[in-house]
Structures are given as C-alpha cells and as structure tokens.
Design a protein around this ligand. Sequence first.
Ligand SMILES: *[C@@H]1O[C@H](CO)[C@@H](O)[C@H](O)[C@H]1NC(C)=O
Ligand SMILES: *[C@@H]1O[C@H](CO)[C@@H](O)[C@H](O)[C@H]1NC(C)=O
Length: 257
Amino acid sequence: MLFSSTFGAGLFAVGVAAHGAVTSYKIAGKDYPGYQGFSPANSPSVIQWQWPDYNPTLSCSAAKLRCNGGTSAKLNASANPGDSVTAIWQQWTHSQGPIIVWMYKCPGAFSSCDGSGSGWFKIDEAGFHGDGVKVFLDTETPSGWDIAKLVGGNKGWTSTIPQGLAPGNYLIRHELIALHQANNPQFYAECAQIQVGGSGTASPDASYKAAIPGYCNDSDANIKVPINNHAIAQTYTVPGPPVFKGTGGKRARDFSA
Ligand SMILES: *[C@@H]1O[C@H](CO)[C@@H](O)[C@H](O)[C@H]1NC(C)=O
Ligand SMILES: *[C@@H]1O[C@H](CO)[C@@H](O)[C@H](O)[C@H]1NC(C)=O
C-alpha cells in the first residue's frame, strides 16, 4: 500500500512539473521545512500553511490567492527586525513575472489568524530590468526578470524583515506571478508564520497596506500582460502598494533612479 500511494503521488508530481510552490525556508539562519504537496495528511508539523496542490491561482479575486488555499500552521519561526528570510522553491520553471514578499500582523494567536482585511504590506519586490531593446519582457535568456534566478530548482529568494518592525505574530507571504503566457497570469503564493521579537515600534500606515485578494484586478495592465507584444512599452510596474522598509529606509516611491 505504501508503495502504491507513493508511486501514485510521484506520477502526479511529474504531471505538474511546470508549476511550483515554496517548499522550505531559512529564517534568521535557521532551516525550516515547509509543507510538501501530496505528502500524507500526517506529515510533520511545519511553520507553513498547508497548500493543496502546485496549481496556479488564475484570478486576482480568487480566495485561493491569499495563501494558496492554506490554513493556519502548527509551528512558527522566530526572527527579529533586520533578520533575513529566504524562501526556497523546490521547482520553478518560469522566467517572466514579479516576485512579491508580503507580511501581515495577526491581531492575536496564529490559530485564529486568517489574513483577512487590508493588513497586508510588502517588504520586498522584484520586477523587470531589461533594456526593452534587446531584452524584451518575454526574452528567455537573458531574462530581464529576477524571477529567472529561481529557475532550475531548490533556488531561494532572500528578503529582510523591516528594521524596527513592531513585535508580534506575523504571516509572511511569498508570491510569484508567472506572466509567460500572454494575458493569462498565474499566481503562486504560500504563507508561513513568524513570531517577530525585539522592541521596535514601526508599523506600516494605510498607504502601504492592501487586502488579498483585493490588491489587483484581472484587467490591470501589470496583471493582464500581452507579454509577447514588442509594440507595447517594455517596462513593468510591480502591482500593489509601495514596499515598507520600516525605519531602515525611505519608501520605494521616494527614490528616483
Ligand atoms: C511559536 O513557537 C514557539 C516554539 O518555537 C512557541 O513557544 C510559541 O508559543 C509559538 N507562538 C505562537 C504565538 O504560537
Ligand atoms: C479594482 O476594481 C474595483 C472596481 O472597479 C476598484 O474599486 C478597485 O480600486 C480596483 N483595484 C485596484 C487595485 O485597482
């Protein structure tokens, strides 16, 4: 029995090899296993919200956009403001689209924290930096998108918990929006639980916050992207509010290049 169920799961995993999800984390120097899709219901407790499958979410308004259909996890990681958080994708294959890292302060215990309301704020983002002449939005190699650095498997993306962030129970949400299929975005997002310590007092005001779902609409120019059309402007604005840097720096929109 054990053999056949393992074998069946393996076959299914091969069938969806083009998709992906966050499968582990390194937070403040410590490794944390994540949830493995298709693992049995009695898989070990982890800090990550369990997600049902590797399939993308296909709409800005889908409930699954928040945390890939996951619900509260049993464990949490510990970290302080300024610590690094690396999310690792066991498999990833798409070279176009933004990476967005969000946090959300739970009003109380993790067990009753559902990520609802306009409490999500970005702590990091990466978009497109091609030249629009030789490196178009849809160029595979070299890609002008940082997301291409995740291609190949077991690759990570590292962000910093904002300096001075007020302590508390936070969700962290890693989102990849795959834009390789013209006008058909695919959202991949997973959430995990971090107890932030320290004695900071910084918290983002409403201009940094959004609801998920709610931060985008399917018709937005940076969501529904005709990626292979070289006649459109070959630039990209990452969706959502500006990145919150805590006391560590100005908001992204205050900088000019
Ligand atoms: C976070 O995990 C620690 C154990 O690592 C536990 O003592 C603590 O109660 C947890 N915090 C919450 C809010 O669940
Ligand atoms: C999405 O569309 C609704 C309805 O038109 C609008 O109220 C909302 O502001 C839009 N959201 C974004 C992020 O543009």
